[in-house]
Design a protein around this ligand. Structure first.
Ligand code: NAD
Length: 674
């Protein structure tokens, strides 16, 4: 049966798409729509048309699996033109989400009705694109310039109610009577006749566009697509519709052919692929996780707990001392209150979350927990002690996880009588905010334990990636060569601000030294002010511990704005002189080669060792854990764009040993990402 069917209701022909799960506008749907419209055109008894969808949503967009492939007839443009040019009024009946090509289809209909729960939007910008089916030209005419520019350049959907206020929706229907209400609306529209959005004047103040661009400049930094979306809406304010559409088309093609959209689409698929665990059946029975225990209420323990509390899962949190427990729970409450103050949570939601938290000093209180996550000091002896105790306390089948950043999960599992139940769950700081979770698979971790951890990650809205046991797993292991080279570059004549600027210009949220200042320079410091062997030792000894003390590699004002410090430069110069290496001018290119190419080299080793399942998983780690610019698609995708050969040459120039996989890719001109 065709995915598109028609029904006659007197003078109204209803065209119904049923293409689960989201009625994507794939080739079969387009063919069906064309046939439906031809039926309407060819039958004089049909005076009006309704287009609606069965299933959970109106057309939720283009079929993104068709992106980047050859066109399949009929194209969406042909269908859109057919709809708008139809001499009989066409009504879109919207439920669920009308997104992207879906909303553009609705915009070509002459009228739009929607259920109150519907959402409408053009999210293409999130894939580095723009609504290329006339969306940027019709939205300013139908919904007004201000709404159009925001919808196109930010990409978030709006509610049916707001759409009604804007004129994007003509009438709200009953939540359960869309089909009948749309037919009634279409009957009334027969007398009014068609109404083409392309023939309407643009609404609103064109000056609002520049104001919007300015207000969002920071958010859009580095991205091509927001500016292209804005330019298209701006074009709509001064060009006739046809010319505006032509401009939109050109801009769309430019984005579609460019590397940014390819990177953003890569990440879209990579994130979904990351959830798949090689060698484990999709239907492995999961262990139930109804209650969670967290050990340690420090920086990480508190944030980790919030993820579960927010998802409605009770958490028992354990500390060593009452004071630390009170401090930890106090910070959790403060964070929730801050969210509520911003209007992103209701006060009763805060209370509901806090009511799920049980603070205690008694490890034995974890006896009933299904999942226990340890977040105590990064010290093997302390962790082993905790896991040995847990082994005696936890119920059989409980999952025992460590949030360690670097330590050997197998060694930790080795102190228990149940290594099959142990794995790593490495959250990123701040753990209630950062999306990434590295799930570390130990040598003996059972399949169902791993699969359960991946499933629970999804439940708490994390993006989870499976990593193997090695020093620093995927993310921190790749961070190490970057940080080491950054330090060495200082000794050879680069300044912290030059190195950081190269990284920020590349699109990272901050450079290596800004990151160290944020994390605190005393992490892992030996804490002996008389022992000064590195720049870091000297800074710590001078009380320059980073942002928390107002100074680190930089001086910070109360707004945490960094300024370069002459004291720091003197310390660096002193060490550089002692290192015996002559100071020289360091080029930005060399900084990229030594701090970013080295990461790719380490990524290649991680792949060969099987510590990451696939190159795209490494990309996901860096996008969601470290703020790698999404428009560069992660380090391995970026390496593919640069070309393995160029990366290999850049590394060899500075005497680095090439990872065998990188060497192989360079020789074969191959790619890491398939
Ligand atoms: P933290 O010092 O802020 O907190 C650790 C807490 O654990 C302290 O409050 C301490 O009192 C408590 N604790 C220690 N031993 C305990 C025990 N036996 N029983 C109960 N509580 C105990 O440290 P953190 O930054 O939250 O780091 C915790 C773990 O998370 C470490 O393994 C660290 O490597 C890892 N981690 C940290 C970050 C980060 O950015 N801070 C990121 C990812 C992972």
């Amino acid at each position: 049966m065709s995915v598109v069917t028609t029904e006659r209701h007197g003078e109204v022909l209803v065209i119904i798409s049923n293409n689960p799960p989201v009625n994507a506008l794939g080739a079969a749907v387009r063919q069906g729509l064309k046939a439906g419209l031809e039926e309407a055109l060819g039958d004089d008894a049909v005076k009006a048309v309704v287009i609606r969808c069965d299933g959970r949503t109106f057309f939720a967009g283009a079929d993104i699996t068709e992106f980047g492939k050859g066109p399949v007839e009929p194209g969406l443009h042909e269908i859109l033109a057919m709809i708008e040019d139809c001499p009989k009024p066409v009504v879109a009946a919207i439920h669920g989400t009308a997104l992207g090509g879906g909303l553009e289809t609705a915009l070509c209909c002459h009228y739009r009705v929607a259920v109150p729960s519907a959402q409408l939007g053009v999210p293409e910008v999130k894939l580095g694109l723009l609504p290329g089916g006339g969306g940027t030209q019709r939205l300013p005419r139908v919904a007004g310039i201000e709404a159009a520019v925001e919808m196109c350049a930010i990409g978030n959907p709006i509610s049916a109610k707001r759409a009604l206020d804007l004129g994007l929706v003509d009438q709200l229907t009953g939540e359960d009577s869309l089909a009948a209400d749309a037919i009634a609306y279409a009957r009334n529209a027969i007398a009014k006749g068609p109404r083409k959005a392309s023939e309407m004047p643009v609404k609103g103040d064109p000056a609002s566009i520049a104001a919007f661009a300015k207000a969002n400049a920071r958010k859009f930094r580095g991205f091509d697509a927001p500016a292209a979306n804005i330019a298209c809406v701006e074009a709509a304010t001064r060009l006739p519709f046809d010319e505006g559409e032509k401009f939109e088309r050109e801009q769309f093609m430019k984005l579609m052919m460019g590397s940014q959209s390819a990177a953003q689409r890569h990440i879209f698929f990579a994130e979904r692929k990351a959830a798949k665990i090689d060698g484990i059946a999709d239907d492995v029975a999961l262990r139930p996780v109804r209650t969670v225990g967290v050990i340690g209420a420090g920086t990480m323990g508190g944030g980790i707990s919030m993820n579960f509390l927010s998802a409605g899962i009770p958490v028992t949190i354990v500390e060593m001392k009452q004071e630390a427990l009170d401090r930890g729970t106090g910070i959790i409450r403060k964070n929730y209150d801050a969210t509520a103050a911003k209007g992103r949570m209701k006060p009763e939601q805060v209370e509901a979350a806090m009511a799920l938290l049980t603070p205690t000093l008694d490890l034995a209180a974890l006896a009933d927990c299904d999942l226990i996550i340890e977040a105590v000091f990064e010290d093997m002896a302390v962790k082993k002690d905790v896991f040995a105790k847990l082994d005696k306390i936890a119920k059989p089948g409980a999952i025992l996880a460590s949030n360690t950043s670097y330590l050997d999960i197998d060694e930790i599992a080795g102190v228990t009588s149940r290594p099959q139940d142990v794995l790593g769950m490495h959250f990123f700081s701040p753990a209630n905010v950062m999306k990434l979770l590295e799930v570390v698979r130990g040598e003996k971790t059972a399949d169902d334990v791993l699969a359960t951890a991946m499933a629970i990650a999804k439940k708490i809205k994390k993006v989870a990636v499976v990593a193997g046991v090695c020093d620093g797993f995927i993310g921190n292991r790749m961070l190490r060569p970057r940080q080491q080279e950054a330090q060495k570059l200082l000794m050879e004549g680069a300044t912290p601000q030059q190195i950081d600027k190269v990284h920020v210009d590349f699109g990272m949220p901050m450079g290596p030294f800004q990151m160290s200042d944020l994390a605190g320079l005393d992490i892992g410091w030996h804490r002996d002010p008389s022992r000064i062997e590195t720049v870091r030792d000297a800074l710590c000894a001078a009380g320059r511990l980073g942002q928390k003390t107002g100074k680190g590699f930089y001086d910070y004002d109360e707004k945490r704005t960094p300024t370069p410090s002459t004291d720091v430069q003197a310390i660096i110069d002193d060490f550089a002189a002692k290192s015996g290496k002559p100071k020289r001018d360091i080029s930005d290119e060399e900084i990229i080669e030594r701090t970013l190419y080295t990461m790719v080299n380490e990524g290649a080793r991680i792949l060969t060792e099987g510590k990451a399942q696939r190159a795209s998983d490494i990309d996901v780690v860096w996008i969601y854990g470290y703020g790698w610019p999404v428009y560069r698609g992660g380090p391995m995708f970026w390496a593919d764009l640069e070309g393995a050969e160029k990366i290999a040459k850049g590394l060899e120039k500075h005497g680095f040993e090439l990872a065998p996989l990188l060497k192989e890719k360079a020789a074969s001109k191959g790619r890491f990402n398939g």
